[in-house]
Design a protein around this ligand. Structure first.
Ligand SMILES: Nc1nc2c(ncn2[C@@H]2O[C@H](COP(=O)(O)OP(=O)(O)O)[C@@H](O)[C@H]2O)c(=O)[nH]1
Ligand SMILES: [Mg+2]
Length: 255
């Protein structure tokens, strides 16, 4: 299985070099998607790029977390990889957990292997999630499970392995932080095999922001739910009947 590790990056000058060097110990193929960083991230990337044989996509402007992942998926497909593992660059995802993802990939019985910070409480956490983040994660994950018949314990963990063949069957268009909402609905619509893997809950910067309206928890929850409901409308025919009950949006006469 040829596997690419893809890291979306936005203004991570502090952590980039140590994260990438640590990841490179486990992965032969590493892609950085620099999402229009305005700090010294581009310089940091140049210092390690050749030495570590990194592949780099640079967005001239800040196009968003979702867009960064979509570009990584397209690159993985273009370069003939079988799997693409996404992880963040802010030290909230441990490179030491990569071998567990690779081992799970090798079993070849899943299409998505999603990290979960809330699956196995024996995995000691480092810091606690800010209350609003934990609450929104719980509410939205419960709603995804209720509507789609999934059994997720963490709907927002960006530490995930994706089978490229499965990604090819999706039509992902989300650019921002609501990207996971579209992904889960489309994966359910194609009956993808989804499993979760326990990963450490790490919150090293409680003041980290989403930027703009999303910093308001009520706005953020509404944005995630609206994106989920709009996606359910688009895929209503291939989803469980209960998926489209009581949506925040009208499905143009579909549901
Ligand atoms: N904040 C932010 N991070 C982005 C963006 N594009 C890519 N990223 C990267 O996406 C990853 C997740 O972002 P982060 O803000 O930590 O999300 P959170 O941990 O889910 O709150 C990090 O590696 C960021 O550097 C963006 O537009 N904004
Ligand atoms: Mg983070």
């Amino acid at each position: 299985m040829r596997t690419l590790v893809a890291i979306p990056v936005y203004n991570e000058q502090e952590t980039l070099r140590s994260v990438v060097e640590h990841v490179r110990r486990y992965a032969d193929h590493v892609l950085l998607v620099d999402d229009g960083s305005t700090d010294d991230t581009p310089l940091e990337i140049e210092t390690v790029r050749r030495r570590l044989g990194l592949d780099v996509i640079r967005h001239e402007g800040n196009l968003g977390y979702g867009r960064s992942l979509r570009d990584a998926f397209a690159r993985a497909a273009d370069r003939g990889f079988d799997w693409v593992v996404t992880m963040d660059c802010d030290e909230q995802h441990e490179p030491d957990a990569l071998p567990e993802f690779f081992e799970r990939i090798a079993r070849d019985d899943a299409d998505i292997i999603s990290g979960s910070r809330y699956l196995d409480h024996s995995v000691e956490s480092d810091g606690t999630a800010p209350a609003s983040r934990r609450e929104i994660n719980r509410l939205v994950t419960d709603e995804l499970n209720e509507r789609l018949g999934l059994r997720l314990t963490d709907g927002f963990c960006g530490f995930k392995a994706h089978r490229v063949e499965t990604l090819r069957r999706l039509n992902l268009t989300e650019d921002g932080y609501a990207f996971p909402m579209q992904l889960w609905v489309q994966l359910r619509a194609i009956r993808a095999r989804i499993i979760e893997l326990p990963v450490r809950l790490i919150y090293n910067d409680p003041n980290r922001t989403f930027g703009g309206d999303l910093d308001d928890a009520t706005n953020r929850l509404r944005h995630y739910r609206t994106t989920m409901h709009e996606e359910i409308c688009r895929s209503a025919d291939t989803l469980p009947e209960r998926a489209a009950r009581g949506l925040l949006v009208r499905c143009c006469g579909r549901a």
